[in-house]
Write a protein that binds this ligand. Structure first.
Ligand SMILES: C[S@@+](CC[C@H](N)C(=O)[O-])C[C@H]1O[C@@H](n2cnc3c(N)ncnc32)[C@H](O)[C@@H]1O
Length: 293
């Protein structure tokens, strides 16, 4: 029987994904959930080295914002458990993955089609336990679920993030998640720079989103291309965490952009945002990595 909200689809690139029927939005990049999860989030964030090299007093923590069909979360866990298998001395090193999701029905749906998503293999029981108990643990690895609205959960989140995999629906469908106010809440839960700082990875390269990230306190850079997207976005609490910080070329394009402000910006705030961007330290740094915060 057809599900009222979701259906399995084949993308233009031939990968299996899930369609959100009410909005017509496909959940993943055409390259498919697994390739996108590994390329855009796991590899690009240098998760392996960031976790292995982490020595601060805080527990190394990844936020998975928009758990959805769990591709990003499972790519993260596969990466960590592969590392542990190769380097058993890491088995007890603490690692925390916190997944945020308001529509857990999607994960039930994906799980009921697990044969179509090879990344579920071996993780069916952990996922069931996560859904039921909101937490799953093995060795030093803890996976927690914050079920409900991310924008509410984040305000009382006790564990700060080192890495943020930010994967809500598109701004058209999910505008509140891409607002300056949402990114400010997130920034307030990032690790302090003396404890490694934090980096955020997302698939969008839209100017209003990049400006909202700047406004929230992040430094902002270009991320690698995936599938049909020639660029994505990386943001960080300090510029030295960015490989490709936005520079003069982006600023020049921003000045003549048709959409230079975050979505839903009231007209009376526009001139303040203009001054803020033009005077932002990132553009005065001349791309020399420095500790700022
Ligand atoms: C593009 S899908 C995520 C795909 C997922 N990362 C994966 O690996 O399969 C976006 C997800 O974000 C969730 N979402 C959107 N707004 C949210 C909010 N305010 N709080 C929690 N989850 C939200 C949606 O329910 C949906 O599951």
């Amino acid at each position: 029987m057809n599900h009222p909200l979701y259906s399995i689809v084949t993308t233009t690139a031939g990968a299996v994904s899930i369609l959100h029927r009410p909005t017509g939005e496909i959940m993943h990049n055409p390259v498919g959930p697994w390739i996108e999860a590994n390329a855009l989030y796991v590899e690009q964030s240098d998760l392996r080295e960031r976790w292995k090299g982490h020595e601060g007093s805080s527990e190394f923590t990844v936020y998975d914002v928009g758990l959805g069909a769990a591709a990003n979360a499972l790519a993260t866990l596969h990466c960590i458990f592969d590392l542990i298998e190769n380097e058993p001395n890491l088995a007890e090193k603490p690692f925390r993955l916190i997944s945020f999701e308001k529509e857990i029905e999607l994960l039930h749906y994906a799980l009921s089609h697990a044969e179509k998503f090879p990344h579920f293999s071996g993780f069916e029981d952990p996922i069931r336990e996560l859904i039921e108990k909101k937490s799953w643990k093995k060795s030093g690895v803890t996976w927690e679920l914050r079920e409900g609205d991310f924008l509410e959960h984040i305000e009382s989140e006790e564990t700060r993030a080192h890495l943020i995999f930010f994967d809500p629906y598109s701004p058209k469908m999910n505008p509140e998640m891409w607002s300056t106010s949402a990114f400010r809440k997130l920034f307030a839960r990032t690790q302090a720079n003396q404890d490694g700082g934090a980096s955020l990875f997302t698939y969008s390269q839209a100017t209003p989103i990049r400006v909202a990230l700047f406004r929230a306190g992040f430094f902002v850079g270009a991320g690698k291309s995936t599938g049909l997207k020639n660029e994505t976005t990386v943001a960080a609490t300090e510029p030295s965490l960015l490989i490709e910080p936005l520079g003069d070329r982006w600023l020049k394009r921003w000045k003549s952009s048709q959409t230079p402000y975050p979505f839903l910006t009231p007209p009376e705030e526009e001139s303040e945002i203009r001054e803020f961007i033009l005077g932002h330290p990132q553009f005065a740094l001349n791309h020399v990595p420095q500790k700022v915060r």
